[in-house]
Design a protein. Structure first.
Length: 234
């Protein structure tokens, strides 16, 4: 019997945005603690003039300061915070996002990295105000089963394309540290006929083994997919 999840889409996206901001803030905080002058790179600065003349992205409602723009098939979001400027770039039909964070005071680049459905992937690099590389974290090292492996497995075994942003409700990965102590992937994919029905999966991030699968509805009862999986082991 299909289980339901209340307001899951909104919570999933909110959680993704929080993760994105937290990851970049961690990089910036590390930047303030360490410096390695031998890793200096050419200084990159934020320049608002670069974006003038671009059309407004009608898929979003602009705020008093933040900008939502489109450049052909590219989406650009410019978000202003108290002491930093965050620029997000993605193709309209892509789940990959490129993010750069600049100092609002000097416009100097402070951090850069990429995300897939709002979780960090690849190398995220932090800089000090002089352009020195002071932090370089690879977010893929904890997952022996790569995104490429995941994409292939889901296509071959389940006919699911996680690169299809219209059908993919959400993808996440994290390390569960208390119960099963494994790196995990979570996938939520819309049914081809009933778009309110989600096909949900938990996979082992080490070897790609499917640990748990179930169907849920977009709206309904609250519940964590991980908790359901852990409870099923009892």
């Amino acid at each position: 019997m299909a289980l339901a999840v209340a307001n899951y889409k909104r919570k999933f996206m909110k959680m993704g945005k929080q993760i994105l901001i937290i990851v970049l803030l961690v990089i910036i905080m590390i930047n303030k603690c360490y410096s390695q002058n031998d890793n200096k790179m050419e200084m990159e600065k934020f320049n608002i003039e670069k974006y003038k003349g671009l059309a407004q992205d009608t898929a979003y409602s602009p705020s008093a300061t933040d900008l939502y723009l489109v450049d052909n098939d590219q989406r650009i979001r410019i978000l202003y915070f108290n002491d930093m400027i965050q620029v997000e770039e993605t193709n309209i039909d892509s789940a990959f996002k490129r993010v750069k964070v600049y100092s609002r005071k000097s416009n100097n680049l402070l951090a850069t990295g990429s995300f897939f459905y709002n979780f960090p992937i690849g190398n995220h690099i932090g800089f000090d105000e002089n352009g020195n590389v002071i932090n370089n974290k690879d977010y893929d090292t904890d997952y022996q089963f790569s995104l490429t492996d995941l994409e292939k497995k889901m296509k071959e075994e389940y006919k699911i394309d996680i690169m299809n942003v219209e059908r993919t409700f959400g993808v996440n990965r994290y390390i569960e540290t208390t119960k099963i102590k494994l790196p995990l992937y979570e996938i939520y994919y819309r049914d081809a006929i009933n778009r309110s029905l989600l096909h949900c999966f938990i996979l082992n991030g080490n070897n790609g083994e499917t640990l748990y699968t179930i169907t849920r509805f977009v709206k309904g009862e609250k519940g964590s997919l991980l908790e359901e999986y852990i409870n099923s082991l009892k």
